[in-house]
Design a protein around this ligand. Structure first.
Ligand code: ZN
Length: 308
C-alpha cells in the first residue's frame, strides 16, 4: 500500500503555442519539460508543473494544431483539479473574468470551494481551495506566490459504475472513501498533492472519444521500481488486470493498464525525475530528446512548430 497519489495527468490539446501560453501565463505553471511524444516524434510532449516538476503537480499535453475535439463520455477523466490556497478563489475568479475565460461561479463541492473552468481546447479543469501551503509552486510567472497553484488536488472519473474502479483505488493505491454527493464518491489517500479521486457513476452512456480537450490517461505514483512491481503483482493476481511491460519514459518508468471502468491508468516511478537531462534551473527551456531520437534532432526540429 502507498500514500502516494497522482503522479501526472496527460491530455490532448490543439495549437501548442496556445497551450504554452495558457498554462504558463494564465495559470502560472512552469513548463518543466519540452520534449516529443516518444511514439510520434513529430508531436510535442509538453509538461507543466511546480518549480521542480514534482510528482503530483505535472499536467502534460500532446498538442497538435489541427486536432479534432474529443467527446465527453464514460470511461475517461472528466475533470482535473488543482489545489490553490483557500483564500485565492476570488483572485482567480477575477483573473478568469479579465482573461475572458470560460468558467462557472464557484461552488461548494465535498465541503471545498471549487471553481470550474476550461482551457482553450475545452479541457475541464477546476481550482479547489485548500488549507495547505503552496509547496514548491512556481513563482517565475506573473501569478503572485500567495495565489499560486500548488499542484493537483485530484481528478474526477466519469464511469458507468463506481465499484470496480473503487476496488482498484482502495486495494492497490491506498485510497479510502471519504464522502458522497449525489452520484459522486470521493476517495482520498492522504497524499498532499494529487491525493483525491472522485468517481462519478452515471450508468451506461456514450463512451468518451479521445481528441483535443480530453484526458488520455492518469498516472499514479510509485516510489521506485520495487514499489511499482508490487502494485503490478497485486493488480494481476487480485484483480485480473493485464498490465504492460515497464517502459522507460526518460523522466520516470511506467506501466499501463485499462482499469475496469475503461480509464487508462499508468503507474509511474518518482525516479529519476525531470532534472535527469537538464539542470533544475533551466527546466523546459530547450527541446530535450531521448537518446534514441537524438540522432534525428535536425529533422524533428524542422517539423515541430514554434512555441512562441
Ligand atoms: Zn503518462
Amino acid at each position: 500500500m502507498t500514500a502516494n497519489g497522482l503522479h501526472h495527468v496527460t491530455a490532448y490539446a490543439g495549437d501548442p503555442a496556445r497551450n504554452v501560453d495558457f498554462y504558463t501565463r494564465i495559470l502560472g505553471l512552469r513548463l518543466v519539460k519540452r520534449t516529443v511524444n516518444f511514439d510520434d516524434p513529430t508531436t510535442y510532449h509538453l509538461y507543466y508543473g511546480d518549480s521542480a516538476g514534482s510528482p503530483g503537480t505535472v499536467l502534460t499535453f500532446f498538442p497538435m494544431a489541427h486536432a479534432a475535439p474529443g467527446r465527453a463520455g464514460i470511461g475517461e477523466t472528466q475533470e482535473t483539479a488543482f489545489a490553490v490556497p483557500r483564500g485565492s478563489i476570488g483572485w482567480w475568479t477575477h483573473r478568469f473574468v479579465a482573461a475572458g475565460l470560460r468558467h462557472e461561479a464557484s461552488v461548494q463541492a465535498f465541503g471545498q470551494t471549487t471553481l470550474r473552468f476550461r482551457d482553450p481546447d475545452g479541457t475541464m479543469l477546476a481550482l479547489v481551495g485548500v488549507d495547505d501551503g503552496v509547496g514548491l509552486a512556481w513563482t517565475g510567472g506573473d501569478v503572485p506566490a500567495e495565489h499560486a497553484i500548488a499542484g493537483f488536488h485530484g481528478v474526477t472519473l466519469l464511469l458507468a459504475e463506481a465499484a470496480p474502479t473503487a476496488a482498484i483505488l482502495t486495494d492497490v493505491f491506498g485510497f479510502v472513501e471519504t464522502s458522497r454527493e449525489g452520484s459522486s464518491i470521493r476517495f482520498a489517500n492522504g497524499a498532499g498533492l494529487g491525493g483525491h479521486v472522485t468517481l462519478r457513476a452515471v450508468g451506461e452512456f456514450l463512451r468518451g472519444r479521445p481528441g483535443a480537450g480530453s484526458v488520455h490517461h492518469i498516472a499514479f505514483r510509485a516510489t521506485d521500481d520495487a514499489a511499482q512491481a508490487a502494485m503490478v503483482q497485486r493488480l494481476e493476481q487480485a484483480h485480473g488486470m493485464q498490465v504492460t511491460e515497464q517502459r522507460d519514459r526518460n523522466y520516470f518508468r511506467s506501466v499501463y493498464f485499462r482499469e475496469p471502468g475503461g480509464v487508462l491508468f499508468e503507474i509511474a516511478t518518482d525516479i529519476p525525475g525531470f532534472a535527469v537531462d537538464e539542470s533544475a534551473e533551466s527546466l523546459g527551456q530547450a527541446l530535450k530528446l531521448p537518446p534514441g531520437l537524438e540522432m534525428h534532432r535536425d529533422r524533428i526540429e524542422a517539423v515541430l512548430p514554434a512555441l512562441a
